[in-house]
Design a protein around this ligand. Structure first.
Ligand code: ASP
Length: 353
């Protein structure tokens, strides 16, 4: 830990692993190995920012191997550490799952100070590794009062994205992160975060009640789908997300099974397109959004299928009942005002810009 002066900005960096922390492995390829301290030591210009940076090695895993327990523990760590004088936090991890983990952290982050998630697309052994630049941008954003009240942010390639909207859209490109609904909130310019837009509101879901491993699969409907995967869900799930065609459509043959499932557990209808919203009142054929919502499926609104799954799992873990789940999706999906958020006091307005 750096010795912080009273007037110095203080940022905590929590490392979970990922490409940003990978070095050559004994049996070939690269694997997570670097500590948070080693990552920070490789960032040119960090000392010159004047920001006091502490670090914690929390996990050393690829993004694909992180789970709900890991991220619930990170959320708990942030809650505790934010209470004792930090200006912001950076979470470093594999980019493969950032669109999901950042949204989970966002849902559990009640404070105003920034939580920023970053990673790298090019590992430290490669020419043009992007980890140091992304980490520097993330630390600067986490230390910035301009980033307060925006919840969890994702910073890579000098763009600042809202956790609720960001997606990984390319398997290898450095500019892989995009927010198809609304675009980035801002950019790093000459090292400083500059914001051009903000979210209309923020919400918070309480911490999990107990440690029941809620099973919430995502099923993407495909051309000529014979319903094998929907039928396989059977009695084994606590909820499900269906990524339908276009505005929320499935083959007519899947409708009875989906209606049955929605009678037993919450089933959320999202779009497999990854941008835009599911409709609610346009198409009237069997398997249309009107048909499915009429049979009890819950519209994801503007949430993509991955975000919808994170929200549903988080709501179930917090003990939400069906009425609360419907209200939460209406708010987070962008179809209801924040005062309908099921937990009083957590549907707060974002600051105007
Ligand atoms: N496979 C890596 C991971 O998610 C990719 C990355 O970090 O960019 O751990």
């Amino acid at each position: 830990m750096s010795d912080a002066r009273a007037d110095q900005r203080r940022v905590l960096v929590v490392s979970l692993g990922g490409t940003i922390a990978m070095t050559a492995a004994a049996d070939g390829g690269v694997a997570p190995a670097l500590t948070a301290g080693e990552l920070l030591a490789a960032v040119p210009g960090l000392a010159e920012t004047g920001i006091a940076v502490e670090s914690v090695d929390f996990r050393r895993l690829p993004g694909a191997s992180l789970g709900f327990e890991d991220l619930t523990a990170v959320a708990e760590l942030l809650r505790k550490r934010m209470a004792v004088g930090l200006d912001g936090v950076v979470v470093v991890q594999g980019t493969d799952t950032i669109e999901e983990t950042a949204y989970l952290l966002d849902l559990h982050h009640a404070g105003s100070r920034p939580v920023v998630v970053t990673g790298a697309m090019r590992n430290p052994t490669m020419a043009g590794a992007d980890g140091p630049a992304n980490l520097l941008a993330a630390v600067r954003t986490a230390a910035s009062s301009a980033a307060c009240d925006l919840g969890c942010l994702v910073v890579l390639a000098d763009e600042v994205h809202a956790a609720r909207r960001v997606r990984k859209t390319h398997s290898t490109a450095g500019s892989t992160f995009h927010s198809p609904n609304g675009g980035p909130l801002g950019y790093l310019v000459e090292g400083q975060p500059r914001f051009l837009s903000c979210l209309p509101y923020r919400v918070v879901v309480p911490a999990p009640v107990g440690d029941h491993p809620f099973r919430v699969p995502l099923v993407t409907v495909t051309f000529g789908d014979d319903g094998l995967l929907v039928d396989a869900l059977g009695e084994r799930v606590d909820g499900a997300v269906i990524a339908g065609f276009g505005a929320g459509h499935v083959p007519a043959s899947l409708v009875p099974a989906l209606g049955d499932l929605a009678g037993r557990v919450p089933v959320v209808l999202a779009s497999r397109t990854g941008a835009g919203s599911v409709l609610t009142a346009t198409y009237g054929f069997p398997g249309s959004e009107r048909d499915l919502l009429g049979r009890g499926l819950i519209a994801a609104g503007f949430l993509d299928a991955y975000k919808a799954r994170i929200l549903l799992r988080t709501l179930l873990a917090a003990g939400a009942d069906r009425t609360m789940i419907e209200a939460a999706f209406a708010v987070e999906g962008g179809y209801a005002p924040p005062d309908r958020w099921p937990w009083a006091g957590s549907g707060n307005a974002s600051k105007g810009r």
